[in-house]
Design a protein around this ligand. Sequence first.
Ligand code: SF4
Length: 162
Amino acid sequence: MAKLPVADIERLIYPVSFYRNKARHVLGCCDELVSRFGGRVPGTLEELTSLPGVGRKTANLVLILAFKSLRNICVDTHVHRISNRMGWVQTNQPDETEQALYRATARRWWPLINLYLVTWGQNVCRPVHPRCGDCVLAAECPRIGVAGNSLRPPADRRRSPR
Ligand code: SF4
């Protein structure tokens, strides 16, 4: 991969969003994997986030999926949005949400939170027009910040998964 022209990587990863930018990051990342890590993907958050284009979201996902870590939560836009709608956290940024989720959720859910909430966020708890009418969690969900939700949740409905 490190030897490929960037145009080839662009073609390979199209149609992901921002594919031109990501292709440059993939190339830079592979280059550093070879030059700094002997061609092996490192297994710590600090090393992973030192690579081009790798932030906490990606690093946590690599640790969960490739290294079978049970100590990480991968927070993307779906996890951030749904955790706030459900009232598990009250945060403005995904990195903040990650830290709040470590405090708010039981450890056994940590490696699974991304898998469940991304699927949920793509199909039910969508960014715009969430399907609250079809949602099996509607009775439990305070729907914080959802457009058209005039109800303020009682404190005892702001529950986190335990
Ligand atoms: S009730 Fe609505 S806001 Fe709450 S989880 Fe379901 S879709 Fe999301």
